[in-house]
Design a protein around this ligand. Structure first.
Ligand code: C2E
Ligand code: MG
Ligand code: MG
Length: 254
């Protein structure tokens, strides 16, 4: 599969799906996460876990990220042009950061499409950020200077270094979906979510609870004062074309 990525990029076989995030303060979707999909001519739909981890061991991930950031920023400019006031999050790999090409590419894309940096959020997994060298941190700082939020993804899944967390130039902590998903079977997961939200707030970070599939999980995320939530209870990732009608039909999550 990995060897087919360059040709697949060329042939336009990748697509971004978008999953809404709810901001509890407004009760609305203020941002959507862009998630890559591969429509493979022989294997059908190929999920990202089948090719992203492999691509991350090579420079192929840089080509994929160049494609996803371009596609997401172009999509944002189209949505903004029709009056949708929303942002998009894109997932980055640690291998993307700390590279001069990447640092230059983002402001170029934003300028070209006339999109404000505040509208695009960059997600990096906690594990990718642990022991990140100085140049990775400086890439994140450069994104912050563009006004872009930076989210720590899947928090709590890897070994979390709390000292390190405090030093990252991040704005948001996304609490790994395993905690909400297993809330009923392992009640201690609820305590972890509550503590992670409190810790994030003390560090000046906003929070998103991931993997919210039920009304009970949604209510729990609100009860513990998370700033937002994401999951199938709100909506599954959807094609870009479905986003405007989803947004206009979406209830107020007050
Ligand atoms: P992620 O960034 O943590 O994205 C969230 C994943 O959880 C998505 O899976 C999403 O479909 C899934 N999800 C959302 N809500 C729920 C829920 O309520 N329950 C459950 N069980 N799952 C939920 P997806 O799209 O298969 O992506 C998997 C991972 O692949 C992502 O995890 C991200 O790490 C990576 N990925 C996806 N697209 C990209 C991309 O464009 N670039 C990079 N570098 N990585 C990507
Ligand atoms: Mg993510
Ligand atoms: Mg995540």
């Amino acid at each position: 599969l990995l060897s087919e990525i360059p040709a697949a990029l060329e042939a336009g076989q990748f697509e971004l799906f978008y999953q809404p995030l709810i901001d509890f303060k407004s009760g609305r979707c203020n941002r959507l996460e862009a998630l890559i999909r591969w429509r493979h001519p022989a294997h059908g739909y190929v999920a990202p876990h089948r090719f992203i981890p492999g691509a991350e061991t090579t420079s192929l991930i840089n080509d994929l990220t160049a494609w996803t950031t371009h596609a997401a920023i172009k999509q944002l400019s189209e949505w903004h042009a029709v009056g949708l006031d929303i942002g998009v999050s894109v997932n980055l790999s640690s291998r993307d950061l700390g590279k001069r090409d990447f640092d230059a590419m983002i402001p170029d894309l934003l300028n070209y499409y006339g999109v404000d940096g505040t509208a695009i959020d960059f997600e990096v997994t906690e594990s990718a950020l642990m022991h990140a060298p100085e140049n990775v941190l400086s890439s994140l700082e450069a994104l912050r200077r563009l006004g872009s939020p930076v989210s720590i993804d899947d928090f709590g899944q890897a070994y979390s270094s709390l000292t390190y967390l405090a030093r990252l130039p991040a704005t948001t902590l996304k609490i790994d979906q395993s905690f909400a998903l297993n809330m009923q079977s392992a009640p201690k997961n609820e305590a972890i979510i509550r503590a992670a939200v409190a810790l994030a707030h003390d560090l000046g970070l906003e929070t998103i609870v991931e993997g919210v599939e039920t009304e009970a999980q949604f209510a729990m995320a609100k009860r513990y004062s998370s700033d937002g939530a994401q999951g199938y209870f709100i909506a599954a990732p959807m094609p870009a074309a479905d986003v405007p009608s989803w947004l206009s039909a979406s209830p107020l999550y007050a």
